[in-house]
Design a protein around this ligand. Structure first.
Ligand SMILES: [Zn+2]
Length: 280
């Protein structure tokens, strides 16, 4: 958290409030959060915010100056936020960058992240293209059904880790993987390349429905997520299995939601998501 829907909500708000604004100054509090070197930072002064795009769980702000585009890419995955100035934060010491802008609806955009892994990358167009190719697989909202089918049929391994593998499919994390698999009636440990094409087709539809519904509900506010203006997401109220260990299955099958211990917690209904291990 944030996952794809939350990053999309962040990108939509930044676009609506700041597109066309001019960057007057940028302050970076910790040199080690910037991936591509502080030397390029002065270039951004006077540049205009031309594009705001989401890639996986990251948001790329494209600034234009004298015909050239350069990007601030903020990693949001796990705990990162982009915040407007009036939005309160619990731990202001984790604000690692501030961009001050004029001509938009907000005077400031801040990058907040309490984790050490979260990075801000300063990239030119070629750098952004390399970064995208290296880090992000297919986007669940733009990949076609056939692309998704080929991705899953071509990979060995269990279904849930594959859905969360960012270089295969970018943007899905533990919360949405659990919700998508429950609604698809698929156990997390099913082997992806043994699923039938029709089953993968249903999984594809369910994945997109869940992600789109989450976006239109402002995302899920689990842990500390909120949008740049401080709004909390409402999709948590629509979660069916994530964090629901011990509660009755929402399909009213009579069973109880169980939590599997794996590398990340999985929440399953033993009846609606059957699984037979092939190992004896
Ligand atoms: Zn059930």
């Amino acid at each position: 958290m944030p996952e794809l829907p939350e990053a999309e909500v962040v990108a939509q708000q930044v676009r609506a409030h700041l597109l066309g604004a001019q960057l007057n100054d940028c302050w970076v509090g910790r040199a080690d959060i910037v991936r591509e070197g502080l030397l390029t930072l002065p270039w951004y002064r006077g540049a205009r915010l031309e594009t705001v795009e989401r890639y996986g769980k990251s948001v790329a702000l494209g600034f234009q100056k004298e015909g050239e585009l350069r990007y601030f890419v903020a990693e949001l995955g796990m705990t990162g936020l982009l915040l407007f100035r009036a939005t309160e934060t619990k731990h202001p010491q984790h604000v690692h960058a501030r961009l001050s802008l004029t001509g938009g609806r907000e005077p400031e955009l801040r990058y907040w992240n309490p984790r050490r892994f979260g990075r801000l990358s300063l990239l030119d167009q070629a750098g952004l293209d390399r970064y995208r190719a290296r880090r992000f697989g297919a986007d669940p909202l733009t990949a076609t059904r056939d692309e998704f089918l080929h991705l899953l049929q071509g990979r060995r391994g269990r279904l849930k880790p594959l859905l969360m593998h960012q270089q295969t499919i970018a943007g899905i994390g533990n919360i949405y993987a659990n919700e998508i698999l429950f609604r698809s009636r698929l156990h997390p440990n099913r082997e992806a390349n043994r699923l039938r094409a029709a089953t993968i087709g249903k999984l594809y539809d369910t994945m997109r429905t869940v992600l789109r519904e989450a976006i239109s509900n402002g995302g899920s506010s689990v842990k500390d997520f909120f949008a740049p203006d401080g709004t909390e997401g409402r999709y948590k109220q629509h979660h069916l299995v994530y964090g629901k260990e011990g509660q009755p299955c929402p399909n009213r099958c009579g069973r109880i939601i169980r939590r599997l211990q794996s590398e990340r917690s999985s929440f399953v209904c033993p009846s609606c998501q059957p699984y037979k291990s092939l190992k004896p």
